[in-house]
Design a protein around this ligand. Structure first.
Ligand SMILES: [Cu+2]
Length: 474
């Protein structure tokens, strides 16, 4: 059986041999004590070991506690970190959520075997917030038998290991949301797709906007609800639009339960102050001038960023190129991945780390424009802005039955446009290629009435939600 890496070296080899010899005697589950017991079958000494544990960044310090087997362990935890944290043990003992500066005492009980603990705030365990309690002098037990310890031995649950990923989390129901996933299902009578139509930039040259962070329950596919972390209640957050030279004065208010922040790619500035993480209840101002055109991503930049973005904290700022031509219709689509955690819980950090999304979404909901098709008319010029918010995967935006006469990617026309790039008016394109965090737009004219699917032509993504329709009429 695999042995915990922390044992390592010669001790690890010895532990394997001993585990075989001791067999059932060393197995707390077999002894009827189960995963919730810290004591295994050790005799209590009547003594208590008290340990102060603090937080440094995304670490517990100390992160290994050695306790003489048979002693009671009491952990006095102080959150000396910069964000909300907690300590949950595999026995189920928990400190509860601690805000910055908060303290709690965790009575672990008599220590008869090694135990693992972690911070249950989404993504923190995967970033290394684990705590190992080593029972000194207890019979060694191989990790495969010690009840509740991850089989990978490094504190990170394997992808799809929902029980381990969600253990001790405050939200979520314990049921994997992916169990409910049915992409053929109808979203229901009252389903309303997010409006993909893009209004023109306002005349004002100063944009004063408040972004309020909330953690809400929202569907990402029919019948599949996740805890989404949002700017102003939706994922993606609001689309902002302006012109080169415009000033953006953003107030960020954190009405969530943990630390959050924001990073606007649309402005260049020193990130130190404006992109700092603020605790729940705090706010900050973030001012920038848009000096360059394009469709720019914004996102929460609090660690782990992959988790905060995967949970919905992203959106687009569109800065019109000065020579942008008039078109008949404009749409904006933001592509992102969903890594389903428990029903009602946040994303699954192990799936994020493995880049194994359950869904790829346009504007936050699987296949939503299959149900509410985007209208267009034959002969109209249609511009579609696309941002790939990731957090990790690219996009190959394509319209089935359509051809792009103009492509603009990351600040430059690559096909067509006012300068007729390449000097070949017959040139066309089939895909807008975007890696994570890139954006651009395409322009096209539909030749005849019909239903034109749009997809990410990375086919596995089209088949897990990155799909919609233009409904083109005469
Ligand atoms: Cu955040």
């Amino acid at each position: 059986p695999p042995v915990r890496r922390r044992l390592g070296g010669a001790w690890g080899v010895g532990a394997v041999a001993l585990a075989v010899v001791l067999g059932v005697a060393g197995d707390p589950a077999a002894a009827g004590l189960g995963a919730s017991s810290a004591s295994a079958d050790v005799a209590a000494t009547g003594q208590t070991t008290t340990v102060q544990v603090q937080v440094e960044g995304m670490r517990f310090t100390p992160d290994v506690i050695e306790v003489p087997a048979g002693n009671e362990l009491v952990i006095e935890l102080t959150n000396t970190g910069t964000d909300v944290h907690d300590l949950v043990l595999e026995t189920g003992a928990s400190s509860g959520r601690l805000s910055v500066g908060g303290t709690a005492t965790v009575e672990v009980g008599v220590i008869g075997r090694d135990l693992e603990g972690w911070c249950s705030v989404a993504g923190h365990r995967q970033m290394g917030m684990t705590l190992d309690i080593v029972a000194v002098g207890a019979p060694p037990v191989a990790s495969g038998d010690d009840g509740g310890t991850s089989a990978t031995g490094d504190g990170a649950p394997a992808a799809g290991d929902h029980a381990a990923a969600g253990h001790g989390a405050p939200s979520g129901t314990g049921t994997p949301a992916s169990d409910l996933l049915d992409l053929q299902a109808d979203p229901g009578e009252d389903f309303e797709a997010r409006d993909a139509a893009l209004p023109p930039a306002p005349d004002a040259t100063v944009h004063k906007v408040t972004f309020t962070v909330t953690e809400v329950q929202a569907e990402v596919a029919p019948g599949v609800t996740q805890e989404r972390w949002t700017f102003n209640g939706t994922a993606p957050g609001p689309t902002l639009r302006g012109k080169v030279g415009d000033r953006f004065e953003i107030t960020l208010v954190n009405d969530g339960t943990i630390g959050h922040s924001i990073d606007f790619h649309a402005g260049a500035l020193a990130p130190d102050g404006p992109m700092r993480t603020i605790a729940a209840g705090e706010s900050l101002t973030y001012n920038f001038t848009a000096t360059r055109s394009g469709i720019w991503m914004y996102h929460c930049s609090t660690m782990p960023m992959s988790m905060h973005i995967a949970n919905g904290m992203f959106g687009a700022v569109i800065i019109d190129p000065p020579n942008l031509t008039e078109v008949d219709r404009e749409y904006v689509l933001v592509q992102s991945e969903a890594y389903l955690g428990e029903v009602g819980g946040p994303a699954d950090a192990a799936k994020i780390a493995a880049e194994k999304p359950d869904l790829v979404l346009f504007n936050g909901y699987a296949n939503q424009y299959d149900h509410d098709r985007l209208p267009a008319r034959v002969g109209e010029s249609v511009r579609v802005w696309v941002l790939d918010a990731g957090p990790s995967r690219g996009s190959a935006f394509h319209v089935v039955g359509g051809q792009f006469d103009t492509v603009y990617t990351e600040g430059a026309y690559t096909v067509g446009g006012p300068q007729d790039v390449g000097g070949d008016p017959t040139g066309g394109a089939q895909v807008l290629p975007l890696v994570a965090a890139q954006g651009g737009f395409v322009e096209m004219t539909f030749p005849e009435a019909g239903n034109y699917p749009f997809v990410s032509h990375a086919m596995v993504d089209a088949e897990r939600g990155a799909h919609g329709f233009f409904e083109v009429t005469e």
